[in-house]
Design a protein around this ligand. Structure first.
Ligand code: MTE
Length: 305
């Protein structure tokens, strides 16, 4: 796979508008400016969205969330996540690495290259958004830690702090939230550790201060508020798979041809489209096939859903 740089606002917006983009984004004029982004991105063939897509507003992205640590309602995280202390923040990196340890996030951020990536985001519940993330490729952090030859998977854990995370006082899930990737998936240049949105720090409800973004997989793989990363030689347990393995596979690649047992995955409802918006077709690998298909060559994607 040849690596292409991501889409930046400056690629698709005239410089003067780019300089003012925060004001533009906040105002009505912003919607018009943003409307052109998808088309330009498609023409440039970058990691981005096709012409039909518009970037979601900051308000959509921060008020319609799944973050069960703060409640199961879509508006609960926006209401409850302000209680989370995100600074200081430590990430334990352990398992099959040369340099295990407790890494201060501030130190990590000095060593990585932060960029902006505009990605589609497709939840397993069949809603979607287009989100302008800021973050760094996970492969940078794993390379700093030194990957040992026996490592085959990467496991992730969210903070366990019921005093600050009201949803953790109920057993809606077996806390802490856990996720995992195969090592090649974790090293794929698309796999992002997000630290921000719209050029600002990540809001707590979106997984501050550090969350995973795996754009070709259903959203539940994109684990929030990460405090531990473990390299292992065995497939790790993951929260939704442990809860219901028949409904939520380890891979969970976006696939319009493999339905969830209780609903179709062939189409999705784009958040923010308004009352009369129609559903749009879901794309194989959420539109990222050219960057990820080679990792699954020869695999049965129905059996490995
Ligand atoms: N991470 C944690 N720790 N807890 C969660 O409940 N929900 C997942 C994922 N990461 C979740 C999580 C699900 S189901 C989705 S769709 C996305 O976060 C939602 O991300 P967003 O709220 O930023 O859109």
């Amino acid at each position: 796979m040849s690596f292409k740089p991501d889409l930046n606002w400056s690629d698709v917006t005239p410089k003067s508008q780019f300089m003012n983009r925060r004001q533009l984004i906040k105002g009505a004029a912003g919607a018009v400016a943003l409307g052109s982004i998808g088309g330009a991105a498609h023409a440039r063939g970058k990691y981005a969205v096709e012409g039909v897509d518009e970037v979601n507003s900051l308000s959509d992205i921060t008020n319609y969330n799944n973050f069960y640590e703060f409640g199961t309602g879509k508006e609960d995280p926006a209401r409850n996540a302000h209680t989370l202390t995100t600074d200081p923040w430590t990430v334990k990196i352990d398992g099959l690495v040369d340099r295990p340890g407790d890494y201060d996030l501030a130190d990590i951020l000095k060593r990585v290259n932060i960029e902006e990536r505009i990605y589609r985001f497709r939840c397993v519940e069949a809603w979607s958004m287009v989100i302008p993330w800021n973050g760094f490729e996970l492969n940078q952090l794993l390379n700093h830690a030194g990957i040992q030859s026996g490592a085959k998977y990467v496991a992730f854990e969210t903070l366990l702090r019921p005093e600050e995370m009201v949803g953790q006082r109920s057993r809606t899930l077996d806390w802490p939230y856990r996720e995992g990737l195969r090592l090649d998936e974790a090293m794929n240049p698309l796999t992002l550790m997000a630290t921000g949105l719209y050029g600002e720090d990540l809001p707590n409800q979106n997984g501050a201060p550090l969350r995973l973004v795996v754009p070709w997989k259903y959203g539940f793989k994109s684990i929030k508020s990460i405090v531990r990363i473990t390299l292992t030689d065995t497939q790790p347990d993951t929260s939704w798979n442990m809860t219901n393995a028949r409904e939520y596979g380890f891979y969970s690649n976006v696939n319009p041809e493999v339905d969830h047992p209780r609903w179709s995955q062939a189409s999705e409802r784009k958040i923010g489209g308004g009352l009369f918006s129609s559903r749009q077709d879901t794309l194989m690998m959420n539109g990222y096939s050219e960057y990820v298909d080679s990792m699954y060559a020869g695999m049965d994607l129905r059996a490995n859903f």
